[in-house]
Design a protein around this ligand. Structure first.
Ligand SMILES: Cc1cc2nc3c(=O)[nH]c(=O)nc-3n(C[C@H](O)[C@H](O)[C@H](O)COP(=O)(O)OP(=O)(O)OC[C@H]3O[C@@H](n4cnc5c(N)ncnc54)[C@H](O)[C@@H]3O)c2cc1C
Ligand code: SF4
Ligand code: SF4
Length: 355
């Protein structure tokens, strides 16, 4: 008998503060057991540690509200209405003091045992007179926007402020703190200048590496278990061939399909050729549109002699940028374009800007 796959339970509220988290909320965070909290509680209260399983959080995916494909949408699989409100005790959470039952012991035979322990910052050097407030978990308390601590002129980021995370976030924190330090010292708000470049790639030139879509992820080679001692590096790195294969799997998400409805002749070739079923040409009546927009479109259609209206719908999350839709399009209505965004930190007073 075929069983329905278990669905992600979209819970309606934050378990800690009971804030509403509708199905399309970009603030909802979940752990692997679907415990649901809001982003501020995860960042400021839980320090990215789930109080129920001890794991980390990720943003909750948004389930489509429109039936793009196979009844996989909110109308068929609605969000849960069961509220779980179990406010946590921040002091208890910060201590992370699990208790064990000595009677409940299991022996597992093994060749080697690798001890993976947590780590925490040693902040003994901070004195009360420094005025740097700490979190219940023993980290430095910061304003998540500016990374300012409670002591004027002292900023912190990375693991010491947010608990164990990753290098990318630590580097991003460094940049954010640098901006805040600039604002603090110069007493003027730091400005970000964004520069967007769009390049239309000639369809005749656009190619992905042959077979990229069927290449599997290969785990990097690792050191023998017995040799993993001290600070020896465990992953020894890909050889050139493997590295090239893995790089070929990149889905170049800075390249996008661009659709020009004025050139489209509704031939549906792009829809037919797409290997990922991203594209659909649908009658406008099938779209869930605000009434005013629908009226506006109907008026435009009337101006062209009441032609039936269609819409090109694309699921961008499935697109692998193979470019087949652009290649197949007879009128150049579907093209591939590359987007590059450069952000510069501009010092407002002097007009100087640094990347
Ligand atoms: C075993 C392990 C594997 C990991 N693997 C990955 C991975 O594959 N990818 C990934 O993205 N992240 C990984 N991480 C996480 C990543 O290393 C951290 O998130 C990141 O290094 C945090 O950067 P940070 O600058 O906040 O802190 P740190 O890199 O810890 O830097 C803090 C620095 O401050 C120094 N310091 C401490 N106290 C004092 C003091 N009193 N005075 C002066 N200096 C002091 C320390 O010596 C250290 O150099 C791993 C972490 C661990 C522990
Ligand atoms: S680029 Fe490829 S996957 Fe993306 S819409 Fe076009 S045909 Fe589909
Ligand atoms: S192949 Fe080109 S003209 Fe045909 S439906 Fe797709 S975008 Fe329109």
């Amino acid at each position: 008998m075929e069983t329905e796959p278990a669905l992600l339970e979209l819970r309606p509220t934050c378990e800690n503060c009971n804030k509403e988290l509708p199905a399309d909320s970009l603030e909802a965070r979940i752990c692997t057991y679907e415990c649901t909290f809001c982003a501020p509680c995860v960042d400021n209260v839980l320090e990215n540690v789930c109080p129920n399983c001890g794991g980390g959080f990720v943003p909750r995916p948004v389930r489509p509200s429109i039936n793009w494909n196979g009844d996989n949408f909110l109308g068929h699989d609605p969000a849960s209405t069961t509220i779980k409100h179990r406010p946590i005790d921040p002091a208890l959470h910060g201590r992370f003091a699990p208790s064990y039952d000595d009677e409940d012991v299991e022996t597992i035979p093994a060749d080697a045992c690798v001890l993976a322990i947590g780590q925490r910052a040693d902040l003994d050097f901070l004195q009360p007179a420094d005025g740097v407030a700490l979190t219940p978990g023993g980290g430095v308390r910061v304003d998540p926007e500016t990374l300012a601590t409670s002591a004027p002129g002292v900023f912190a980021g990375g693991d010491v402020a947010f608990g164990p995370r990753n290098l990318i976030e630590a580097v991003a924190n460094g940049k954010r703190a640098a901006r805040s330090i600039h604002s603090f010292l110069s007493r003027e708000a730091a400005e970000i200048e964004s520069h967007l470049e769009i390049e239309k790639i000639a369809t005749s030139r656009y190619r992905m590496i042959a077979g990229f879509e069927v290449l599997d992820r290969e785990a990097p080679p690792t050191l023998d278990l017995a040799r993993r001692t001290g600070i020896s590096e465990v992953e020894t790195g890909y050889g050139e061939d493997e590295a090239r294969r893995q790089a070929a799997r990149c889905l170049v998400c800075h390249v996008q399909t661009i659709y020009d409805p004025e050139k489209c002749v509704l031939c549906s070739r792009c829809v037919d050729v797409c290997p990922e079923f991203c594209l659909s040409l649908v009658p406008i009546e099938d779209l869930d549109l605000p009434e005013e927009e629908r009226r506006h479109l109907a008026e435009r259609a009337e101006a062209f002699g009441e032609v039936p209206l269609s819409a090109m719908v694309k699921d961008d999350e499935r697109c692998i940028r193979c470019g087949l839709c652009a290649l197949r399009c007879p009128t150049d209505a579907m093209t591939m374009e590359r987007f590059s965004i450069t952000e510069r930190f501009a010092a407002a007073a002097s007009g100087r800007s640094d990347r």
